[in-house]
Design a protein around this ligand. Structure first.
Ligand code: NDP
Length: 512
């Protein structure tokens, strides 16, 4: 397991008292990490800036070698990484293996392979006669130093994961992990060192929100993943230095089950994609709308499945299905959503309360008779709860699905693929799955990003790496005379000729 010994030297010199890191499944303190001050963050960024030009200069191939070695390091050290993730998040072995180890291992290889393609110079052809014969090129240059600020729910995938394309593009990176789960990031710093990453190209700034805020002031791009509330603060802070930001924020993903759905598959998916990682997934199914004809059957199947889930501290593969609530205040939010629903007339079909200790657990919960006056249907719960609402038809489901400030993901379930896809296209969300959920995240070729208050920009796909670069346009004139016709001095005849040319080129369109 990672320990305070893995804290970088700069962090050890921190002047602030340390932050205890707890195992949420047991309540034990497993490490203490320092809070970096503003001056210490500045020093970290100074070193990152000094190291970056050489990292950029070695090119894609050499950087790719380091990333491929890191990929191997992740698979060679997977048990150690899983143990660290499980100890600081309280999640299950499987949640750490499937959604974190597999993701990181794939991501190192993907960005090593794709960075040279996605960031290659792009020759451009223009129809404009003024630039005929000239060389036109768009190129992507790393921004310099990228600050990544991450959440606690996936310390490897969502916190560290965004560092990989930033590094592949040729940037130095400073990662500010959540104070709740910093150990995985520190372990990854060790992994990158062991893989031959040059000193100071990747550093971890441990600390709280103030450390994150200090980082924003110093870097050239901020990649933030976390709540919408903090995301707004990040954007506001970055505006002071006009620093660009990428924001991956909260969600309230709706699931729409149509009457012609495969109810058994939909029920299995609802149980899994609402409860995996203890429901602490930005793209968890957070609310369900079911067409009346299959509502009873769907509710019965989901309740049976959720009721059978084994919850507790993970002691290895296959030991439990649902892990702990990682962040202490989250337990109160989850419970308040359930209490609010019950007070307004909802029924709890299974679960519905904080589980007995030790550790922080909320029982996997199914709620029915819910509506949009209840916070469980409108606010991000981020826990193992599933509210299910009966709707008259697909139009009502769509209206309710879109009745949200969030727009991260959604899913539509129907055996009629044409109908399912047509409905999916009307949902206001960055990603919509038909007869599936969440697995889109594993396809790194697919852009992933939220609409509305769920975010700004995308991760994965071309946008997932180009955001860490500055686009530069190059125009090179190879063959030319001493003076082009449009240059000074202006002459009546040339001006008239240019006017004729404009009419010839653009004035022949049909008029209605
Ligand atoms: P928070 O917004 O609370 O924190 C995210 C990060 O920001 C943490 O490292 C936090 O530090 C830091 N931070 C806090 N205040 C500031 C500040 N003023 N300036 C800069 N940084 C700051 O999110 P959570 O950690 O609670 O994560 C859960 C949220 O993340 C959920 O809303 C979830 O939906 C979202 N999420 C979104 C994803 C997506 O892809 N769209 C993926 C995963 C999660 P500290 O923890 O030390 O306070």
């Amino acid at each position: 397991m990672a320990s305070v010994e893995q804290v970088p030297a700069a962090a050890k010199n921190g002047t602030n008292p340390g932050i205890p890191v707890e195992n949420p499944a047991t309540g034990e303190t497993i490490a203490t990490i320092p809070t970096l001050s503003t001056a210490e963050v500045k020093a970290l960024v100074g070193r990152a800036r000094a190291a970056q030009p050489a990292w950029e200069a070695i090119g894609f191939e050499e950087r790719g070698k380091v990333l491929r070695r890191a990929q191997k390091w992740v698979t060679d050290n997977s048990e150690r990484i899983i143990a660290t993730i499980v100890s600081e998040t309280g999640k299950t072995y499987e949640d750490a293996q499937l959604a974190e180890i597999m993701y990181a291992a794939a991501a190192f290889g993907f960005w090593a392979k794709e960075a040279p393609n996605l960031l290659a110079d792009e020759p451009v052809k223009s129809a404009n006669p003024l630039v005929k014969g000239k060389k036109l090129v768009v190129r992507y240059r790393p921004v310099g130093v990228v600050g990544v600020i991450g959440p606690w729910n996936f310390p490897l995938t969502n916190s560290f994961g965004d560092c990989i394309p930033a590094l592949a593009a040729g940037n130095s990176v400073i990662l500010k992990p959540s104070e709740v789960t910093p150990l995985t990031s520190l372990l990854m710093a060790e992994g990158l060192r062991a893989s031959g990453l040059p000193e100071d190209v990747f550093q971890v700034a441990t600390g709280d929100g103030a450390t994150g805020a200090a980082l924003i002031d110093e870097v050239d791009f901020v990649m933030f993943t976390g709540s919408t509330k903090t995301g707004k603060k990040v954007m506001e802070r970055a505006a002071k230095t006009l620093t660009p930001v990428g924001l991956e924020l909260g969600g309230k993903d709706p699931m729409i089950v149509l009457s012609d759905a495969d109810v058994e598959r939909a029920a299995n998916a609802a149980a899994y994609y609402s409860m995996n990682n203890g429901g602490q997934v930005c793209i968890s199914i957070e609310r369900v709308y079911v067409e009346a004809p299959v509502y009873d059957q769907f509710v019965a199947r989901v309740t049976e499945k959720v009721g059978k889930l084994r919850q507790g501290r993970s002691s290895g593969p296959g030991s439990v299905d649902v892990g702990a609530v990682t962040f202490p205040p989250q337990l109160d939010i989850i419970d308040s959503h359930v209490r609010d629903a019950v007070a307004k007339g909802a029924r709890v079909l299974t679960g519905g309360r904080v589980a007995d200790g030790p550790g922080m657990f909320y029982e996997p919960t199914v709620l029915v008779d819910v509506d949009h006056t209840m916070s469980c249907m409108t606010e991000e719960t981020f826990g193992p709860t599933l509210p299910i609402m009966k709707v008259a038809d697909a139009d009502e489901a769509l209206r309710l699905a879109n009745d949200s400030p969030y727009g991260l993901q959604a899913s539509v379930w129907s055996k009629d693929l044409r109908r399912g896809e047509a409905l999916a296209r009307r949902v206001e969300a960055g990603t919509v799955c038909v007869n599936d959920a969440q697995v889109n995240y594993t396809a790194l070729e697919l852009p992933m990003g939220g609409w509305k208050t769920s975010g700004l920009g995308t991760r994965h796909g071309a946008g997932g790496i180009r955001k860490y670069t500055q686009q530069q346009t190059l125009l090179v004139t190879r063959f030319a005379g001493k003076r082009d016709p449009h240059m000074f001095p202006y002459k009546k005849r040339t001006t008239q000729l240019l006017g004729k040319l404009t009419r010839l080129l653009y004035g022949r369109g049909k008029r209605d």
